[in-house]
Design a protein around this ligand. Sequence first.
Ligand code: B12
Length: 213
Amino acid sequence: MSIEELCKAVERGDQEESKQIARQLIDGGVNPLNIISSLTEVMESIGDKFSRLEIFLPEMMMSGDAMAGVVQMMAPQIKAGEAGSTKGKVILGTVKGDLHEIGKNIVKLLLESNFFEVKDIGVDSDPVKFVKEAEAMGADIIGASSLMTTTMPHQKEIIDILKDQGLRDKYKVVIGGAPTSQEWADEIGADLYCPDAGSAPKLMAELLKIKVR
Ligand code: B12
């Protein structure tokens, strides 16, 4: 079984087969992060096919579910690490109007496996909620995911609310999600843009000036 076969199974939206192949790959020593990165490419191509009307919502949904199933199956492998003290506290969510959660969930897994404490506030989260939850947690970082050009402005709203409430210097704001970019982060004044979940623990630790294993 190969990663290519896994990609095809996810593209077909075959949840059971996807999980089975992924299990075999993991047992054979393949790094879960390589699997995630290949499947992220598959999702990009699924999205492109969806925008060209070559596939429709049910197919995109099935592929999304297949990838989510694989990530869930691999979670214990990714999380396996010795216990350590918290490197930083993170409020993590997907912004208002946006229900995409696969990327956010991967970010959560990788942060937790690198000794960050994460409170996941879920999808469709109001900007005010990000700030309230950060205050309640005593968070160091607010992480906001957006997968749609139409919901990206809500990342900016979080920063605007922090400024309005005189809290901007209290938190580092980190953004991510396929349509976001360094340019967008600069434009809205975010502290960090992460292109993928793999880089997030290291970049976020650097942001807090903490060394990650
Ligand atoms: C799967 C999927 C769905 C699934 C979501 C399932 C789920 N439970 O999440 C379903 C079928 C439900 C769905 C619905 C819709 N979708 Co959709 N979807 C996708 C698809 C194909 C893949 C997204 C994904 O999971 N990728 C895999 C993950 C791993 O990648 P990622 O999210 O980018 O995350 C990585 C990094 O970006 C980063 N990251 C992400 N967030 C964060 C946050 C922080 C803090 C950090 C540090 C890092 C980080 O780390 C992750 C891992 O490396 C994308 C295509 C694409 N190019 O992304 C379209 C896409 C996002 N969807 C799109 C659309 C249009 C929709 C719908 C409006 C369709 C409809 N007509 O109903 C609805 C919207 C629903 C809503 N209100 O949100 C468009 C958005 C276009 C736009 N406006 O920008 C896209 C781009 C497809 C397209 N090309 O047309 N979708």
